[in-house]
Design a protein around this ligand. Structure first.
Ligand SMILES: [Fe+2]
Length: 286
């Protein structure tokens, strides 16, 4: 049965909306070493809501600038192109997750979105703390790692109910329950979406392997950061209830990042502070 559902779901993923042209253009500009801040600014200014979100972010306490930032060019210079990329992707994906999918699971949809933002913030926090050079990649990976759950929630609602039941009543992990019910897990489906949206390979892998970082090949550090942030998010109980109790840290991830129990405790303590800063949250177009 699992195989049929997976094929079916992959076909549905094929039919999903692609990212709007402007978003793809901005993302490729942020990755092109020959592009200038002016090119980026021009593209951003064509989108009113993105312009206001970027100004809002630049003025948030997260970035902590003493003076107020009133133009997109100042904001792009201050935030840097990688932060702009995170913001643009977060905005595009949130529109897809919150707006494109029809109502019916509204509450859960927002819970999943809040949880994703928490994981993104914690991923970036860990990346910076460990001096991993691509902190914004970590943010995006954390934001998207559970995108497969949204797809399942919507496209296989009946089976999704069975999965939740197994987690809540039988104490299974989410991954175990999914594999028993469907024959595959949300990482696999999420990675299909990321491939469809032409995301970089490291990002696809961090979605695919966030529950099994030892399988990653492209960037095991990134996948390990997302795995640890995901486990912390679940432990802190941000989002979807009982699943949080059944999470463990992978030995591989702890070793890859050179973290011990004490370091993890410290991260949890500090990350909680970050999550309490509401300005780090809801940076997306609403
Ligand atoms: Fe997950």
């Amino acid at each position: 049965m699992g195989k049929i559902i997976l094929d079916n779901l992959i076909n549905k993923v094929e039919d999903m909306p692609i990212l709007p042209d402007r978003i793809s253009k901005i993302i490729s500009l942020t990755e092109d070493p020959d592009s200038t801040i002016k090119d980026l600014e021009k593209e951003i200014l064509m989108d009113q809501s993105l312009t206001s979100e970027i100004l809002k972010l630049a003025n948030s306490t997260y970035y902590g600038y003493a003076r107020s930032i009133s133009t997109v060019s100042e904001a792009t210079v201050l935030l840097g192109s990688q932060a702009i990329k995170s913001l643009v992707l977060a905005s595009a994906v949130s529109q897809f997750l919150i707006k494109e999918l029809p109502d019916g699971y509204g509450l859960e949809k927002y819970a999943l979105w809040n949880q994703s933002q928490s994981c993104a913030i914690i991923s970036r926090f860990i990346a910076k703390k460990l001096k991993y050079p691509k902190a914004e990649e970590a943010y995006i990976s954390g934001l998207l790692r559970d995108i497969g759950k949204t797809i399942l929630n919507y496209y296989v609602a009946k089976e999704y109910g069975t999965i939740i039941n197994k987690v809540e009543k039988e104490g299974k992990t989410f991954i175990e329950a999914e594999e028993e019910t469907l024959g595959f897990n949300h990482g696999e489906i999420g990675a299909k979406v990321a491939q469809k949206w032409n995301f970089p390979l490291a990002l696809v892998e961090s979605i695919l392997y966030h529950h099994s970082p030892e399988l990653s090949e492209t960037d095991p550090k990134l996948v390990s950061i997302v795995h640890i942030a995901d486990s912390i998010t679940m432990m802190l109980g941000v989002g979807l209830g009982n699943d949080g109790l059944s999470y463990n840290f992978s030995e591989f991830a702890l070793k890859t990042l050179n973290l011990d129990g004490e370091a993890i405790e410290k991260i949890i303590y500090e990350a909680t502070d970050y999550l309490n800063d509401r300005d780090s949250f809801n940076i997306v177009v609403s």
